[in-house]
Design a protein around this ligand. Structure first.
Ligand code: F6P
Length: 536
């Protein structure tokens, strides 16, 4: 879909928002509450078991209306219909963007012209997920045997980026539901210390490698896989472990997996229209299904589907992904925020910020529009974060008294069966206190200016009833769609990742140059290369 005539800065809403930004700098969030006692109920909403309060934002009712106008004046609506109906909106890779199809049901498609195709896709997805069910249940029940006849106790997912972050986050987040006798391990970095120290602790007879790679060409993943194969060869005398029951391949490229030696019935495939950073819902999520069981995996998909339906059908003013996206745009494009923080008050969501870094920064870290022109507005923010309360004892100083504007998403589960009443009360009390303190601030006592809390710092608070597979699925889909909305308004392609290619190419050149001609490298890098060599 092309939106050649569209530029966000040319819309009437953009110009209005620019005017609002000047006055917003003089406004105070707390005052909005004094003027409107209904503010917190007006600026909060449910989607299933997710509850979002966005009242603590530097946002007047007029500004909110102007943001909604911006969404309406952008190609968002057409772009959303195009994505769900399978149009090739990833134009630079000539691909459709259909991760939502991984959790869809027959009949979900409402664009009449795309119904038949969509239902066929759902059938294909169900077929592919049937292999995830089969394999995960066989492993969980102890019926998948290693080469010496023993059941699997350890699964090592080897993959990087989207082939690692989603499954690792989900397994960690949903550990309440984990199989008691099967441990999951995640190897992503090409740093050999990671895989070597992990393998050292494992028994090769009862270890299964899930080789996860959409393309089956990724340097880091293939090197780690080679090390794992050598380990099986050394410990079990298994020369081609990749062709044994110790390996499964999770990929969109069956031919490459087959050429690598993985037996056909051990290749769990997904479609090329699933982007790497959106692939945890596909066979890339095998490790999740092994850990929490296939029925819980399906619950995760169900939660994501509920968010998909909400995103497709709720009006913009009551649409959670659109609300989060517009708030982000307000801060980065009009109030000059450079970054945004995600702070889960739940240790099991420790990996959420790094997962969202790929989702958000790989998707929207772009400076060329869909039409190939340079953008003249800010795009994706720097996303960072850490769990509370830990962050409170690290970087919260800057949030309270630093000079930078950092909008925050606080996330928590209202009920946590793995915790107890006392801990959970203290945990949630801290989160609520931080949101409140950041907004209200406090005057400095006489003669102690360093104790001044300016306040007026914005935050959203997202409360999940509990961290169930379903709510976790909805949470991740919420952020997927938030990123999509922002990309649509910024008129960029959120689904390619050309920015990572140059570094990959140069790493290959540099490695090829080892011991040889390095004239291609810049002088600083050549000197560093020589220094590292001299240290060996
Ligand atoms: O970092 C670039 C990238 O292509 C990501 O988008 C992707 O998730 C990752 O590499 C891994 O790719 P693959 O799954 O093909 O090994």
């Amino acid at each position: 879909m092309s939106s050649t005539s569209y530029s966000p800065t040319a819309t009437a809403a953009w110009k209005t928002l620019q005017q609002h930004a000047a006055s917003a700098r003089q406004q105070n969030i707390s005052d909005f509450f004094s003027h409107n006692p209904q503010r917190s109920s007006q600026m909060s909403l449910h989607c299933g078991e997710l509850f979002l309060d966005y009242s603590k934002n530097l946002l007047s009712e007029q500004t909110w209306q102007a943001l909604l106008d911006l969404a309406a004046q952008s190609p968002l609506e057409q772009h959303r219909a195009a994505m769900f109906s399978g149009e090739k909106i990833n134009t630079t890779e000539d691909r459709a963007v259909l991760h939502a199809a991984l959790r869809a049901e027959i009949g979900d498609q409402t664009v009449a012209s795309a119904v038949e195709e969509s239902d066929q896709r759902v059938r294909l997805v169900k077929q592919q997920l049937a292999s995830v069910e089969l394999v995960s249940e066989k492993i969980r029940s102890g019926n998948w045997l290693g080469s010496t006849g023993k059941p699997i106790t350890d699964v090592v997912n080897i993959g990087i980026g989207g082939s690692d972050l989603g499954p690792k986050l989900a397994c960690n987040a949903l550990q309440e539901f984990a199989h008691p006798d099967i441990s999951l391990h995640f190897i992503s970095n090409v740093d050999g210390a990671e895989i070597l120290t992990t393998l050292q602790k494992l028994d090769p007879e009862t270890t299964l490698v899930a080789l996860a790679s959409k393309t089956f060409t990724t340097q880091e993943t293939l090197l780690n896989a080679k090390t794992a194969r050598n380990w099986f060869a050394e410990k079990l005398g298994l020369e081609n472990a990749q062709s044994s029951s110790h390996f499964v391949g999770l990929t969109a490229n069956r031919d490459n997996a087959r050429a690598y030696g993985i037996p056909d019935d051990q290749i769990l495939e997904f479609a090329e229209w699933v982007g790497g950073r959106y692939s945890l819902w596909s066979s890339i999520g095998l490790s999740i299904a092994i850990s929490i069981g296939y029925q819980n995996f399906v619950e995760m998909l169900t939660g994501a589907r509920e968010m998909d339906l909400h995103f497709q059908h709720a009006p913009a003013a009551q649409n959670m992904p659109i609300i989060l996206a517009l708030l982000g745009i307000w801060y980065s494009n009009f109030l000059d925020a450079q970054s945004t923080a995600v702070i889960p008050y739940c240790e099991r969501l420790l990996l959420l910020p790094s997962y969202l870094q790929q989702l958000d920064m790989e998707s929207n870290g772009k400076s060329t529009t869909i039409d190939g022109a340079p953008v003249e507005w800010q795009t994706g923010p720097i996303l960072w974060g850490q769990t509370g309360t830990n962050g409170q004892h690290a970087f919260f100083q800057l949030l309270h008294q630093g000079t930078r504007l950092v909008p925050i998403d606080f996330i928590a589960a209202a009920v946590d069966k793995l915790s107890n009443e006392e801990h959970h009360r203290v945990l949630l009390g801290n989160m609520l206190a931080q949101g409140s303190a950041l907004m209200t601030g406090q005057a400095a006592p006489e003669g102690q200016p360093y104790r001044y809390y300016p306040g007026n710092k914005p935050s959203n608070t997202l409360v999940l009833k509990q961290l169930s597979p379903k709510n976790f699925g909805a949470l991740i889909a919420l952020y997927e769609h938030k990123v999509f909305v922002q990309g649509s308004i910024w008129n960029i392609n959120s689904f390619d990742q050309w920015g990572v290619e140059l570094g990959k190419k140069m790493a290959n050149q540099l490695l090829a140059a080892e011991g040889g001609d390095q004239t291609e490298l810049d002088p600083s890098t050549t000197a560093l290369f020589a220094h590292i060599k001299s240290c060996r």
